[in-house]
Ligand binder design. Structure first.
Ligand SMILES: Cc1cc2nc3c(=O)[nH]c(=O)nc-3n(C[C@H](O)[C@H](O)[C@H](O)COP(=O)(O)OP(=O)(O)OC[C@H]3O[C@@H](n4cnc5c(N)ncnc54)[C@H](O)[C@@H]3O)c2cc1C
Length: 410
């Protein structure tokens, strides 16, 4: 079977490697003609998932990460400065790493002859012979038995198959940055943990953890602070915050180096008042911070004819669930199982679709629960007892059966 994969990021590369292993004839089209490593930043997934990806042979044993064992909930309180008051440390079992470490390792595992970089797909149509024809920005047309769209949250595939489905803005953005550990003079207490720092009487929170540096080093002194602050922004004010240094309004992402000093300083000022001094210092010393607008999207189907959606081209879930890689990876693993178990492509896609919808909707429900807990109704961790925080967490968040944070409280 000839399969076209649109998008060569995490979901697209994983899909291509796994499909090639099964003997399919695969071509990946990636619109970017440069390496994707610049997308950078820290990312976290349950440890079990990375173990699975390693076991499947997609990434090598030297994959660089930090093991996370707990998530402390911390609030700013003058009596506990500079590190804030820890309300509770939730046990968890997560891996955190550089986004580009995962992408680079996947990409290295995919021979160049299957990966067409710098080619943007502009259209996809079902022909009378039941093949799908992809058109490239160079005007070339190519036919496939199956097309897998792995083209991200702004997916062309999704807009062609289900034009009525639109991204829903969640009312907040993620302002984030990276700071080399060496730039902070005092020794940081940050260890094998992902901090959640509440803002008193304000929606949102700040996440902070170490990731290895770009070369994969995990040695103390060479690590990178990865911080990410969820900030509520009304839709009417989005254009202002997303206007870059050249006066251009960015859609979805305002990349590093493009945020105006005025907005960056305004955000730094806000956070300095809200989070403990040590962590505010990390944020304030960061340059080239950047913004990602948070959207979700629900779907009623993952496929139409011989075209299907995987990863963020499918259901889009809030990022603090840490489920993005899990979702994309399982979409493709399930597709391979379904192709084996069914006699026709039509039957395989139908059975596969059912499972993807169930998982996607459960993760979206998890995202909505976490959004309520972490963004809109987050307790002030500095003034809540351990018992109350444990009860709050248990009452607020229920994990789906196949996805959790791996700690005893999940
Ligand atoms: C703010 C934020 C934080 C996140 N944090 C986490 C986290 O902690 N843990 C986690 O698991 N996940 C996280 N995610 C999600 C995670 O990054 C993605 O779910 C995961 O990388 C899978 O992405 P993808 O490959 O489906 O799409 P993408 O990475 O968006 O890739 C889509 C690719 O398709 C290409 N493309 C698009 N259109 C075309 C076209 N027409 N022709 C050819 N190529 C095209 C693009 O250039 C791109 O390379 C986060 C996401 C965001 C936005």
């Amino acid at each position: 079977m000839k399969i076209g994969v649109v998008g060569g990021s995490i979901a697209g590369c994983s899909a291509a490697i796994l499909l090639l292993k099964e003997g399919y004839d695969v071509t990946v089209f990636e619109r970017s003609n440069t390496s994707l490593v610049g997308r950078g930043g820290g990312i976290g997934t349950p440890s079990e998932l990375i173990k699975q990806i390693k076991q499947d042979g997609l990434i090598p044993d030297d994959f660089s990460f930090f093991q996370i064992n707990r998530m402390p909930f911390i609030g700013k309180n003058e009596d506990y400065e500079p590190y804030g008051k820890i309300a509770w440390e939730m046990p968890m079992n997560f891996h955190v790493f550089q986004w580009n470490e995962l992408w680079r390792k996947l990409r290295n595992n995919l021979p160049n002859k299957y990966f067409k970089g710098g080619i943007k797909i502009t259209n996809s149509v079902l022909l009378e012979n039941a093949k799908v024809e992809l058109t490239t920005n160079k005007g070339k047309k190519e036919q496939f038995d199956l097309v897998v769209f792995a083209d991200g949250y702004n997916s062309l595939g999704r807009s062609l198959l289900f034009p009525e489905k639109k991204l829903k803005y969640r009312g907040y953005v993620l302002w984030r940055g990276l700071l080399p550990e060496s730039e902070i003079l005092e020794k940081s207490p940050l260890k094998d943990e992902i901090l959640r720092l509440s803002y008193k009487n304000q929606p949102g929170h700040n996440v902070l953890y170490f990731i290895p540096n770009k070369k994969g080093s995990t040695t103390t002194g060479s690590r990178i602070f990865n911080w990410a602050a969820y900030i509520a922004v009304q839709e009417k004010d989005l254009n202002e915050i997303m206007t870059d240094v050249n006066g251009r309004v960015r859609n979805g992402t305002l990349p590093p180096g493009k945020l105006t000093i005025k907005i960056e300083n305004k955000l730094k000022h806000f956070l300095s008042k809200k989070i403990p001094e040590h962590y505010a210092d990390i944020v304030n010393k960061t340059t080239k911070s950047y913004i990602q607008v948070i959207y979700t999207l629900d779907l009623d189907s993952y496929y139409k004819n011989n075209m299907c959606l995987i990863g963020d081209a499918g259901i889009v879930v809030q990022p603090f669930t840490g489920s993005g890689v899990f979702k994309g990876y399982n979409n493709i693993k399930d597709l391979i199982v379904s192709l084996k178990e069914n006699n026709s492509l039509k039957e395989a896609l139908k059975a596969w679709n059912k499972k993807q919808l169930i998982t996607g909707k459960k993760l979206l429900a998890l995202g909505e629960q976490m959004e309520k807990a972490f963004i809109w109704e987050q307790p002030d961790f500095a003034n809540t007892s351990k018992e109350d925080i444990i009860n709050w967490w248990k009452a607020s968040v229920t994990f789906p059966d196949n996805f959790n944070y791996g700690g005893s409280s999940s």
